[in-house]
Design a protein around this ligand. Structure first.
Ligand code: GLA
Length: 385
């Protein structure tokens, strides 16, 4: 048992008697790209190929991004045998050839479906076709499926998602299972047994208030993410680079997703992103916090004043990642006291955005934090407790 599960067992937070969904995947939060936040229904094979190319050329693949996921609107019908049919105008070569292309770039391929009768955009859903869909996806070489919850009136979410989990397992192909029912059926109670990640919120928008409210919702379920391997809370995909927030706001967005061990699914146009956006998405020290092998979801450990928060996430090497989060519209100084991190004695502090060591501090660390902004550091005790 890892230290993390040991701690949770002591707290009585185990899933005693319940089998965890363990398909061997998503040992750390999944990283990739999804078409929805920027492109909506405007998806095509051309976009997916160019995005895969850009993921490699930008250094995102090397920074850990893996899954290229087509969201809603790729599907148009079912054929006479019940098999799902991709839009042949937008995906002329079919999905298998597209998956092959994505794989040839050293990346993985994902698709979207819906547990109900139709998707949110009215395309055919998976209800009643679970087995044939899972088989088809496996044949195409799909590595990741996101399953939505539109048009599912009268259906039971734990039952429907378990049905598709079983169909995916039966297909014989390892496929990450992303549950997307927006937190409306208390997924933190059952989804760790069913999927690799589950949405805890409704859809994110590309603005500060929306981003912050996803954080507040997702942070309520931090312990659910610690219940087993390959099981993560999902506060929705990233908006970084889509234009609705300032660079400081996007830096806070990315820092908070990393400290919450959230899936890092970029949602911008990778083909034309600015250097600032690329640097934000590929910061290896921040990504390392998200991907840390201990897998703990960081939490608020101190509220030093209105609109100010100190977030901390324990890391495998016994250091702590810390985000000083300024939710206010005025620059301010935020202090993290060592007691809030259960550190005694001196500790070294490293700025993860500036990539610089700030020195050794005895009792606390303070930094000036921009309006709607964050400072993210790694704090390493100098002597073992
Ligand atoms: C829902 C999901 C979104 C996206 C759209 C597509 O709103 O929550 O993430 O998949 O459907 O229609």
């Amino acid at each position: 048992m890892s230290a993390r599960y040991g701690v949770l067992a002591v707290l009585g937070v185990g899933l005693v008697g319940a089998s965890l969904h363990d398909n061997g995947l998503a040992r750390t939060p999944p990283m990739g790209w999804n078409s929805w936040n920027h492109f909506g229904c405007d998806v095509s094979a051309k976009l997916i190929r160019e995005t895969a190319d850009a993921m490699v050329a930008s250094g995102m693949r090397d920074a850990g991004y893996q899954y290229v996921v087509i969201d809603d609107c790729w599907q148009v019908a079912r054929d006479r045998t019940g098999r799902i049919v991709a839009d042949s105008t937008r995906f002329p070569g079919g999905m298998k050839a597209l998956a092959d292309y994505v794989h040839s770039k050293g990346l993985k391929f994902g698709l979207y479906t819906d547990a109900g009768r139709r998707t949110c955009q009215g395309r055919p859903g998976t209800y009643g076709s679970e087995e044939i869909d899972a088989r088809t996806y496996a044949e195409w070489g799909v590595d990741y499926v996101k399953e939505d919850w539109c048009n599912a009136q009268g259906l039971d979410a734990p039952t429907q998602y378990a049905k598709f989990r079983d169909a995916l397992l039966k297909s014989g192909r390892p496929i990450v299972f992303s549950i997307c029912e927006w937190g409306s059926n208390h997924p933190w109670n059952w989804a760790p047994r069913t999927g690799n990640l589950w949405r805890t919120t409704g859809d994110i928008g590309d603005d500060w208030a929306s981003m912050v409210s996803r954080v507040d919702l997702n942070s309520q379920y931090a312990l659910a993410a610690g219940r087993g391997p390959g099981a993560w809370n999902d506060p929705d995909m990233l908006e970084v680079g889509n234009g609705g927030m300032t660079d400081d706001e996007y830096r806070a967005h990315f820092s908070l997703w990393a400290i919450m061990a959230a899936p890092l699914i970029a949602g911008n146009d990778l083909r034309s992103m600015s250097t600032a956006t690329r640097d934000l998405l590929t910061n290896k020290e921040v990504i390392a916090v998200d991907q840390d092998s201990l897998g703990a979801q960081g939490m608020v450990v101190e509220i030093p004043g209105p609109d100010r928060q100190v977030w901390a996430k324990p890391l495998a090497d016994s250091s702590r990642a810390v985000v000083l989060f300024n939710r206010s519209a005025l620059q301010t100084v935020i202090t993290v006291p060592w007691w809030s991190l259960k550190i005694s004695g001196s500790a070294k502090v490293r700025d993860l955005w500036a990539h610089s060591d700030l020195g050794s501090f005895d009792d606390h660390f303070s930094a000036t934090v921009p309006a709607h902004g964050s400072v993210m550091v790694r704090i390493t005790p100098e002597r073992a407790k």
